[in-house]
Design a protein. Structure first.
Length: 317
């Protein structure tokens, strides 16, 4: 028996549950704004940056003239929203013996969504911690894990990165992304503690770092991933590694795809599902005494303005 539209059920309540559920410890939803697109693949337009800063020889208008003509060049690039899907098989025996079968399905949907969000975070982290993807990248001359006063210069290094972004875009870095090991080193750094010791009782937080480095926010990448193959020993590592990314990211009301941002996520809703992240369920067509639950969505993540990012790689030992 083949799977067809009559045997696959779109579970609307569980789809709503998945859309509203956000796993803890991830920062990816605070990075690239999500643009909902009408087509799975299409083009997006990109203005030539230099045109916005090139002042004509004169802007004065002589009588009976229309004024100086300027041009803004536009190019296009493509996105393709790949389909990401995961399935969990629930045996009839397990469902029959569960105290609350609905809770079992909710838990399965949450488990799959957790993996989706972690995979999403890994994809974006891999993009942002690859130096060639960004406008500039470097390794601190003295690693920030050298935390004694004067032995490393995180303030100077942050200013170097901020200046690199502003000098070619006119925009300020507004976000710093820290791998957890980098964050742990900075909150113990003598130069940082010295600047707050009379006002913050020596307690450094992400908000304090944002104030000290003069950005809107500092995001700490706490997530970990297991690279061990199934059936073998676990092998855990930090998703964001020992890296620090400075970026200009658009958010809030400005996150509509028309404002400069280091990256955007292009998300397509398949009209057959009617929801960005769909939950489906169907009984095994080969009578294997289990029910399938599938969660899926369509998305592409793109760095659209690499000059709005600066990577400090291997910032700590």
């Amino acid at each position: 028996m083949s799977i067809d539209a009559r045997t696959v059920h779109i579970d609307a309540p569980l789809s709503n549950l998945v859309v509203g559920f956000e796993p803890q410890g991830l920062i990816v939803n605070d990075l690239y704004p999500v643009i909902n697109v009408a087509k799975q693949s299409d083009l997006y337009y990109e203005y030539t940056k230099g045109d916005f800063f090139r002042i004509p020889e004169t802007t004065a208008r002589a009588p009976k003239t229309k004024g100086r003509t300027v041009e803004f060049s536009v190019s296009s690039k493509a996105y393709y929203a790949s389909n990401y899907a995961l399935v969990e098989e629930m045996s009839y025996e397990v469902m029959a013996n569960a105290d609350t079968p609905l809770k079992l399905k909710e838990k399965a949907a949450r488990n799959l969504t957790n993996l989706f969000m972690l995979d999403y975070e890994v994809r974006v982290a891999d993009q942002l911690t690859t130096g060639s993807n960004l406008g500039s990248h470097s390794t601190p001359g003295s690693l920030w894990s050298s935390s004694a006063a004067g032995t490393s210069d995180p303030f100077g290094d942050m200013q170097t990165a901020k200046s690199a972004i502003r000098s070619t875009t006119g925009l300020e870095a507004n976000t710093i992304i820290l791998g957890r090991q980098v964050y742990d080193a900075l909150i113990r750094h003598a130069d940082i503690i010295d600047r707050i010791k009379y006002v913050q009782k020596g307690v450094v937080t992400a908000d304090v770092l944002a104030s000290l480095f003069d950005v809107d926010r500092v995001l700490v990448g706490n997530s970990i991933k297991n690279t061990g193959s199934e059936g073998l020993a676990d092998s855990f590592s930090d998703v964001w590694g020992k890296n620090c990314v400075l970026a200009h990211l658009t958010r809030g009301a400005d996150a509509d795809g028309r404002n400069p941002s280091l990256g955007y996520s292009f998300r397509w809703t398949n009209p057959l599902f009617g929801t960005p992240m769909a939950v489906e369920s169907w009984d095994d067509p080969d009578h294997g005494n289990f029910q399938n639950m599938r969660v899926q969505y369509y998305q592409d993540e793109k760095i659209v303005a690499p000059e709005l990012g600066y990577l400090w790689t291997g910032a700590v030992a």
